[in-house]
Design a protein around this ligand. Structure first.
Ligand code: AMP
Ligand code: MG
Length: 353
């Protein structure tokens, strides 16, 4: 089966083609994974502007994905799209493109939960079977694991996602979006830990207090550069980036470890754009090894928001018997991970796929 997946929850319009044909040499074969990212000139992501961006690039990205996959639209058997959670206007643009394709090609359509797609592409490409997933992206930050027929959220951010927190900190200091990679580079230049608020509440985390404290320190020491991007060479800024990462990532790894202990699972799967951060992955690996568990990290292109993960999850759902009518394809901005009946995993230890 060839499935085309469309991702459009926030900044990225992505389109991937995935096949599960045994002749392609693997169960999950990513044939293409194309994307274009909306980058605000100033400030954070504006939903309407991001949606306009997606509408403008949709045709090109879909064509590029088909071309790279070496197939034509009429070879497709299924269309999948991100149904939520995400920004309404962005989700609607992706859903509309997916409906148009499914209707014109007369093939089935499946709406996919974006968070679950991160988990399924991780399972399919890293070899882990029943992980606790530490999902750290721009808008979402959750610790998710399978239990009794559903993917359950064991812990999550109570305010902003860790990626948005890093981007906001960067924005306040004049570091362009997305700031996560620049913060990682600056953090590598320091080993000087400045104490910052460590906020774990039960199984949940919060980041806004941490970010405010870091920003206040930056401001007090005159290292706020305004909105214009510029070269940052400042040792206190390096120390702040280092300390911010150490504090936020330690909190995330602590909650993940507790979820592993509670569920008695021995795999941790990294997912989301922030999982591209080597220090976060290193901390998760140290934690996993200390408890005799394993840490799995998908390739960077499958960690961040992407169409291939949506396509693969569409195949997984379709194979388990999920079918949707057009009226079932409305987007859901607040689509919860545990709203989905996970029919494709019967026994909780890896299931049939
Ligand atoms: P996503 O929403 O999953 O596509 O992830 C996007 C987020 O990942 C943005 O907030 C980026 O700042 C963040 N990000 C990307 N690369 C890194 C990195 N190396 N370190 C920290 N954050 C990162
Ligand atoms: Mg995501």
């Amino acid at each position: 089966m060839y499935c085309l997946g469309i991702e459009s929850t926030a900044h990225t319009f992505g389109c991937g083609v995935v096949s599960n044909k045994p002749s392609d040499g693997a169960i999950c074969t990513v044939l293409s994974n194309e994307s274009k990212m909306y980058k605000p000139v100033e400030g954070g992501i504006h939903p309407r502007e991001a949606a306009n961006h997606h509408a403008n690039v949709a045709g090109d990205v879909v064509s590029a994905a088909l071309e790279r996959a070496g197939i034509s639209a009429k070879d497709l058997d299924l269309v999948a799209f991100s149904q939520g959670p995400g920004l309404g206007p962005c989700l609607r643009t992706g859903a509309t493109a997916a409906r148009a394709l499914a209707l014109s090609l007369d093939i089935p359509i499946i709406g996919v939960n974006h968070c679950i797609a991160h988990l399924e592409i991780g399972r399919a490409t890293t070899g882990c079977r029943d992980p606790v997933m530490l999902y750290t992206s721009g808008a979402n930050t959750q610790v998710i694991a399978f239990a009794e027929g559903k993917y359950r959220v064991f812990g999550e951010t109570l305010d902003v996602g860790i990626g948005n927190a890093l981007d906001k900190f960067g924005r306040d200091l004049g570091i362009p979006f997305p700031a996560g990679p620049a913060i990682e580079t600056m953090a590598l230049k320091s080993k000087n830990y400045i104490p910052l608020p460590y906020c774990v509440k039960g199984m949940d985390v919060t980041f806004s207090g941490l970010m405010t404290a870091a920003f206040n320190l930056a401001e007090k020491n005159g290292i706020v550069f305004g909105t214009k991007p510029r070269q940052h060479e400042n040792s206190l800024l390096n120390d702040l980036c280092y300390s911010l990462q150490e504090t936020a990532f330690a909190a995330l790894v602590e909650v993940t470890e507790r979820a592993m202990a509670h569920t008695e699972k021995n795999e941790v799967l990294m997912a989301g754009g922030v999982a591209r951060n080597r220090r976060l992955c290193e901390m998760a690996k140290i934690m996993a090894e200390a408890r005799g568990a394993q840490c799995f990290v998908p390739p960077a292109s499958l960690c961040t928001d992407n169409g291939a993960m949506i396509a693969w999850t569409g195949i997984v759902m379709h194979r388990s018997g999920v079918r949707m009518k057009l009226k079932d394809t409305q987007i859901n901005q607040k689509f919860r991970t545990d709203d989905v009946e996970v029919k494709w995993r019967k026994n909780g230890n890896g299931g049939s796929i």
